[in-house]
Design a protein around this ligand. Structure first.
Ligand code: PLP
Length: 467
């Protein structure tokens, strides 16, 4: 068979990225260089596997497949159907779920869209929902609003009332939640969060919800890798719907999943599937679904169980090392992959420590701590152990990471003194030419580069920047 010539105007379709678009290529290579050269402590991030990255970058991106396997709006979906069925099967298997009891929709583009679709399935516009307050560690999509503004669509289209953690202990105040639910009479209770270092009392949520005939939804985005491996207790026994992102502790591509009960008789299956498509989304991202399937196969392996155990052990080692240096942690420690570090005793804000860490190639994020006076200047930072555990770090490495963090705080205290004011702009000005940060950065980069880099080969990076 003879193959015809490529039309000249189509030659771009056959050219590798490096040749076709050097600007984008350079940005990608520079970002790989940054990831390899730094200490990644953002609790919502991870380094996904080479196989996941490969699956994510496939020609499956070309295919439209609105609908579900066996019931599509377009033809040519025989392989896509096989893929989506495989992904659904693996999702249930990874979380040990019985297909008679649970089903799953693997099409959500991300965690926020999964949550909005789940709300669309479960309740009507203006129905009442309760979720953990954002400053208490909840997520925007659990009904967040401020005095002045409804921030999330989950507060724009639904009536929301938050519950909070106890300011003294940092633990969720379940008694107050129960009392307030008695007044507010929610249709939906949401558990799960973005910055809560402890276990969730799912049975208590169920009990409170049952007092009002409400649904319970868990957004296990942060801990789904721990749930899959039994390293965190499972929400499935007590919830009607469970959502998750796939890119945090689960270590997959950026996407979302929605699990729903099939055995409750109120047709959650159709309601969730319809809410995802056509209510909230269009065609699924099939390349992403392939990458999720790869991730879920890995998540069901004994190696991933070992990884999840190490994630927790590393978080504990980092927490203990910080405490040894006299620091205060919300709830005094952690049960999972994250630590909320209260910097108010050091009279620092999270933004200042975040700034110094950034300069030293340690990536963290400022985070509010229960009892903060201002939501604009959070009093702490959030640290997570999942990404660095993917770089094969162990407890003693996290003790070293905690020492680096201790140095950033010592520098921040000294710089704040030198600045002679608490204003961020004075602080930033006083950071100029700081030798200690330059030295710390050197040590951090050397330390970071001494660990393996998942997903790609660091010796092949063609960065145009240099640290
Ligand atoms: C608990 C929780 N749910 C949902 C999300 C949103 O996920 P995405 O950024 O994929 O929309 C996040 C993101 O950080 C999260 O922490």
């Amino acid at each position: 068979m003879s193959v015809r010539q490529i039309d000249p105007w189509n030659s771009v379709l056959h050219t590798p990225l490096e040749q076709e678009d050097k600007e984008v290529y350079d940005i990608v290579e520079n970002e790989k260089y940054r990831q390899w050269s730094g200490l990644e402590l953002i609790a919502s991030e991870n380094f996904t596997s080479q196989a996941t990255i490969e699956a994510n970058g496939t020609a499956l991106t070309n295919k439209y497949s609105e609908g579900l396997p066996g019931a599509r709006y377009y033809g040519g979906n025989e392989h896509i159907d096989e893929l989506e069925n495989l992904c659904r099967k693996r999702a249930l298997a990874a979380f040990g779920l019985n297909p008679e009891q649970w089903g799953v929709n693997v099409q959500p583009y991300s965690g926020s869209t999964a949550n909005f679709a789940a709300l669309t399935a479960l309740i009507q516009p203006q129905d009442r929902l309760m979720g953990l307050d954002l400053p208490s560690g909840g997520h925007l999509t659990h009904g967040y609003q401020t005095n002045k503004k409804k921030i999330s669509s989950s507060s724009i289209y639904f009536a929301s009332m938050p519950y909070q953690v106890d300011q003294a202990t940092g633990y969720i105040d379940y008694d107050r939640l129960e009392q307030n639910a008695g007044l507010f009479r929610p249709k939906l209770l949401i558990c799960g969060g973005s910055a809560y270092p402890r276990e969730w009392d799912y049975a208590r949520f169920r009990k409170i919800a049952d007092q009002h005939g409400a649904y319970v939804m868990c957004d296990m985005a942060h801990i789904s890798g721990l749930v899959a491996t039994g390293e965190a207790s499972s929400p499935f026994d007590f919830c009607d719907v469970v959502t998750t992102t796939t890119h945090k502790t689960l270590r997959g591509p950026r996407a979302g999943l929605i699990f729903f009960r099939r055995d409750k008789g109120d047709d959650l299956e159709n309601r969730v599937n319809q809410a995802v498509f056509p209510s909230c989304q269009g065609g699924p991202h099939n390349n992403t679904i392939a990458a999720i399937a790869v991730t879920l196969k890995q998540a069901a392996s004994p190696e991933f169980k070992r990884y999840a155990q190490q994630v927790r052990a590393n978080a504990v080692a980092m927490a203990e090392a910080l405490k040894k240096n006299g620091y205060k942690l919300a709830t005094d420690g952690t049960d999972n992959h994250l630590i909320l570090w209260d910097l108010k005793p050091q009279k620092l804000t999270g933004s200042k420590v975040e700034r110094i860490c950034d300069m030293a190639h340690i990536t963290i994020n400022k985070n509010s701590i229960a009892g903060d006076k201002s939501a604009v200047t959070p009093g702490g930072v959030r640290l997570g152990s999942s990404a660095l555990t993917s770089r094969s770090m162990k407890e003693e490495d996290f003790v070293k990471v905690a020492e680096f963090l201790h140095r950033t705080v010592q520098i921040a205290v000294a710089v704040q003194d030198k600045a002679g004011s608490k204003m961020m702009k004075d602080f930033v000005a006083a950071l100029e030419g700081n030798e200690e940060i330059a030295q710390l950065k050197k040590e951090v980069i050397e330390f970071a580069r001494s660990f393996p880099m998942p997903g790609f080969d660091p010796t092949k990076i063609k960065a145009t920047v240099q640290y």
